[in-house]
Design a protein around this ligand. Structure first.
Ligand SMILES: C[S@@+](CC[C@H](N)C(=O)[O-])C[C@H]1O[C@@H](n2cnc3c(N)ncnc32)[C@H](O)[C@@H]1O
Length: 272
């Protein structure tokens, strides 16, 4: 019994949980629901172990002193689930919209604004290399989590994820790992060159990243509190060119926050 007790993770008190809720609200604008206590305890337990800390309160004191550890906690508490070609109807629409809207004299620019580990940005890049092979374009991906961005920059994924990519794109745009890289694939370096990633917090003023023809802000709005959601949408839309497209996740509605935009398909908006 003693051994079991000493191996068990420390309990997360309601007060400490409220502290993590506040932390995520302040730093990421994310609302952590009351029912997520077990998830938070589970995800942070390894950091306590790593620092040999006996309580979540000790861990909160550490976070308050070390910005590196704060970033680490945010990385662990954000939900990064993503897929290649997630929500296929968006890609079907882009397949016709992108080649029909190539600008003259400049790059067509796409921003994956909550890019996670890069699958969304690379899916758009694969599509562009198919439908606009000779055009000038670039894809920009950003996220609050440094950990997922590191994977995005590497462009290397478990071979199991290859099944999410249409076979023709897999052949044209990805390389199968061999030797030490067996069991993985990488996005072709030629394509990777046109996709850039950068850490950006959407719940704070944006850096100077220019304007975009298409912005994907998918499956992140659901985590924000209503006032943050409103601010983020306004801030991101300022970076969308007139006539450009704004895509949110299929289960995310803009409601009144989409005032002034034309809804041209489910969860796809056009800036007039
Ligand atoms: C569920 S993933 C969605 C990924 C992709 N857009 C998709 O639809 O597959 C949500 C991403 O939003 C990021 N995120 C959460 N809060 C953020 C914030 N305040 N600023 C920037 N990114 C944030 C998370 O780190 C996570 O990688």
């Amino acid at each position: 019994v003693n051994a079991i007790v000493s191996l068990a993770a420390p309990a997360l008190s309601d007060a400490a949980y409220a502290g993590f809720q506040k932390l995520l609200r302040q730093h990421a604008g994310i609302h952590l629901a009351d029912g997520k206590k077990a998830m938070v305890a589970g995800r942070l337990a390894r950091r306590l172990k790593h620092h040999a800390l006996g309580s979540f309160e000790d861990y909160q004191r550490l976070i308050a002193q070390q910005s590196e550890e704060l970033q680490c906690a945010i990385d662990l508490l954000t939900t990064n689930e993503t897929h290649f070609f997630r929500e296929q109807p968006h890609f079907d629409l882009l397949k016709t919209w992108l080649p029909a809207n190539l600008p003259a004299g400049r790059n067509l620019r796409v921003w994956s604004a909550a890019a996670s580990s890069g699958q969304e940005a690379y899916s758009v890049a694969m599509l562009l290399s198919d439908v606009a092979p000779d055009a000038a374009w670039d894809v920009f991906g950003s996220d609050i989590s440094r950990r997922v961005l590191q994977q995005a920059e590497r462009g290397q994924y478990d071979i199991k994820l290859a099944s999410e990519i249409p076979p023709a794109y897999l052949r044209a745009c990805c390389l199968k790992g061999v030797g030490e890289q067996a069991g993985s694939f990488v996005v072709d370096p030629e394509l990777r060159r046109r996709v850039r990633f950068r850490q950006i917090k959407l719940n704070a003023p944006l850096p100077d990243i220019g304007l975009f023809d298409v912005i994907l802000l998918r499956n992140v709005l659901i985590y924000f509190q209503p006032d943050t959601k409103h601010e983020v949408i306004q801030r991101v839309l300022e970076r969308l060119r007139p006539g450009g497209l704004f895509l949110v996740g299929h289960s995310e509605s803009l409601g009144a926050m989409g005032a002034g935009l034309q809804c041209i398909a489910p969860s796809v908006y056009r800036k007039p």
